[in-house]
Structures are given as C-alpha cells and as structure tokens.
Design a protein around this ligand. Sequence first.
Ligand SMILES: Cc1cc2nc3c(=O)[nH]c(=O)nc-3n(C[C@H](O)[C@H](O)[C@H](O)COP(=O)(O)OP(=O)(O)OC[C@H]3O[C@@H](n4cnc5c(N)ncnc54)[C@H](O)[C@@H]3O)c2cc1C
Length: 424
Amino acid sequence: MAALLSEQYEETCLWQDQVTPPAPTPGDLPPSADLVVVGAGLCGLAAAAVGARAGLTVVVLDKEPLGWGASSRNGGMVIPELKAGPGRLQQRYGHLGLEMFRQVNEAYDYVADLTSTEIDCDFREAGLLLLAHSPFQTSAVEHEAADLTAHGEPAHFLRRQQLVTEIGSRAFSAGMLLERTGGLHPAKFHAGMARRAMAAGARVHDRTAATHIAGRSGRHQVMTTRGPIDAREVFIATNAYADDVLPWLRRRTTPVSSYIIATEVLDRELLRSVTPTGRMMVDTKNFLFYWRSTPDGRIAFGGRRSLDPVDVPTARDFLYDAMLRLHPQLTGTAVDYAWGGNVALTLDRMPHAGCHDGIWYATGCNGSGVATNTWLGARVAETITGQAELPAVARLRHRAVPLATLSSSYLPLVSRWFSWQDSR
Ligand SMILES: Cc1cc2nc3c(=O)[nH]c(=O)nc-3n(C[C@H](O)[C@H](O)[C@H](O)COP(=O)(O)OP(=O)(O)OC[C@H]3O[C@@H](n4cnc5c(N)ncnc54)[C@H](O)[C@@H]3O)c2cc1C
C-alpha cells in the first residue's frame, strides 16, 4: 500500500530535522594526539569524553558531518539487551554469559544516569513491550519473562486480555513488559554527547575520514583526508559504517539497513488509543517491527522487510502498510518523515570489543546499540586509561562474517528463511 504523505513530507530523519548538532572543532588537525577516535557516534564520543577527562589529548574524526550516523537516526529505545536472555547466555557461555548480561544492564544504567545528570534528551523510563506476533511465540515470551525475573530484571508476562491497557492493537497473542527500558530523543542525546566530549577537551573534526593506520602498538600514524596524525592509541568506533581503515574489523560485521517512518503529530486521544502507556514496542519476528510515541506526539514505526537494502520510498510504503495492519485506527494518518540507516550484524549476534594488532575497537550493535555501544566506548577508553578492564564481550571469539564477502548471493536466501519463520 502506498503511504499517505503529508504536504510537508520529507525523506529525512525526524530527529535530525529537530536538532542542530554542535559545531565541530574549528581549524586544522593537530599533528599528534594521545588518542585518536575514528567515528563520532555515541561509542566514539563516549570514549572521547572518558579519555579527555583522564587528561589525554583526544581527537575524534568522522568522515561525515557531525550528527549524520546511526546514533542520531535510530529509534531512541534504550534497551538492556543482548539477542538472548540470561538463561540462554549462561547455557551458551557459562559464567561469561551472566557477566555479559550484568554488563548490558550496567550499560542501561550508564545511559539512564547520563540522561538524568548531564544530557537533556527527553529520556523517560517508559518500559518495553515485547509482543508475540503469533500464538507459537506465546510460550517463548512467557519463558523469557520468567528467565529475566529469575535473574533480577523486573519483567511481567501479559496474556492477550491484559494487553488491552498497554496497546491499542488486537494483533498480538501475548506480551512481556520489561520495566527497565527507556525512550529518548536520539539527535538530542547524540548532540549532548558531542558537547560533553568537547567540553572535556576532545577535538571533534567531521568531514575527515581516516583512510589508513600505519605502525602498531605504541605509536601509530593515522592517515586522514586532511593529513596524518601521530597517535599513541587509536580507537575504531565505526560500527555499521566500518570501512577499510581496519579491514580486519570490516570483515567482522555485515551492515544491514533499518528504516523508520514518523507520522504527523497526532490528536492526543488517537495517540493514546495506539499506546495508552507510552511504552517502547517491539514484536518477536526476525524482521521485527519497533515503534513508539515521540516526545512531540507522533508514532515512529520502524523495521525492515529483508536483509537487502531497498530505497526509502519502498521501505516507507511497507512500514505504513504494516503499521495500519497493527493499528487500523491510524487509517487516514499521514507520514511526515521517512529515513533509514545501517545496523551492524555480527556472526554470533553479540557486540564485540577489544584490541587487534594494537588498535582498540568496539562494534556489533545488532540493532540495539544506544545503551551498549555508548557504554562499550566508555569502557574501552577506561581500559586505555587504566581505570578498568576490557568488557566481558572482549573474551568472545570474534569471527569474520563469511556473508560480508558472499552477501549478494547469500543474503536473499537468509531473508527468505527468516520471512518463512516469521509467517508461522
Ligand atoms: C534506523 C535505526 C534504528 C535503530 N534503533 C535503535 C534503537 O531504538 N535502540 C538501539 O539501542 N539501537 C538502535 N539502533 C542502533 C544504534 O543506532 C547504533 O547501535 C548506535 O548508534 C551505534 O553507535 P556507534 O557510535 O557505534 O556508531 P555510529 O553512530 O554509526 O557512528 C559511526 C561513525 O563512524 C563514522 N566512520 C566510519 N568510517 C569512518 C572513517 N574511516 N573515518 C572517519 N569516520 C568514519 C561514520 O561516518 C559514523 O558517523 C538503530 C539503528 C538504526 C540505523
């Protein structure tokens, strides 16, 4: 179905349209720095602030304009999640699994704390509704709620009739409410993180790509499109936009697109009929939908139909159709914005961080990095400055993704398999 578009419809990101990012540091690149961070998203900026506060000279580079990346164009859901619950993590990784579960909750606390003490970005602990898209998923959702509760995370299983007060949709057979999930305004949060890093003393240079890193541990030369910088330490925080600045890292993620539409501002009653409690909402499919109300009273509805990239109008029409099937009360509601961005998938669907050949990195959000990647950036910088140890995910084996080279022939097959599973 073709989406109904408003007169002011734009193929741009709602959040970015509402916020002007801070001006980057003026002037030339310095010839040297203690720490060069590649990537000015949440991960790189969190690292920069830690490094600068510890007294390092820090330079952050981004090849795009500041505020362009996934960090200011996401769904704004702050979720303490890995792609498996604590029980499955423990089964798969033993004690390390529980440590990773504890740290992803630490990541959530870290962002929640930043938003209450340092960065004003409309954060609200709204709670997450995980919605069973078919009756086959009901027992899995019930099990997940029990598993989380047993591990100290308040989660409640909700039967179909209990969902009535949580969501205005008859499409779901059951759900789970996870209390510790928040919603924020992504572009405000990202701009706040950039200001915070610069206030700590970090220099942030955008439109400057790192192209190559020469030398290894101890002394590196970071080649950039604006000249070289000598660096004692280098941290790569490029997530889904990884390129050949560190080919080893690029081979360990597959970039996959995700898209979001934002409706026009809704009448209060209509908005309440969709989301009476203002939860963050996600369903249980492989190709999941995620949606929420925005601070200015719209519905932002995101997802993807397959692993292949499509153009924004195609994704927009697909999402609009899906939104109306879940919430028929939105029939006649127009779309003001549609946009997309990339998330980084790893082979084991876990985030990774560590040090390869003397170069630090954190990557692999697997669609959920507002909390995790921010915290990983801070934690890696704490490791560099001797304040902490690498996060638990650094102990995972970090394997290359064969799909990164086979993607054009392989991804459509994986997509079809996921879609078939989702249709059950
Ligand atoms: C549409 C969408 C919806 C999402 N929704 C959610 C959500 O609701 N909740 C959630 O937790 N997560 C969500 N995510 C994921 C989340 O946005 C990311 O995990 C997070 O922003 C990653 O932050 P980052 O700093 O690691 O990477 P990014 O913000 O992507 O920053 C990486 C930066 O590296 C730069 N770069 C790359 N190569 C170079 C180079 N050679 N030189 C210089 N710069 C370089 C890029 O320009 C980019 O700005 C979503 C993502 C998308 C795209």
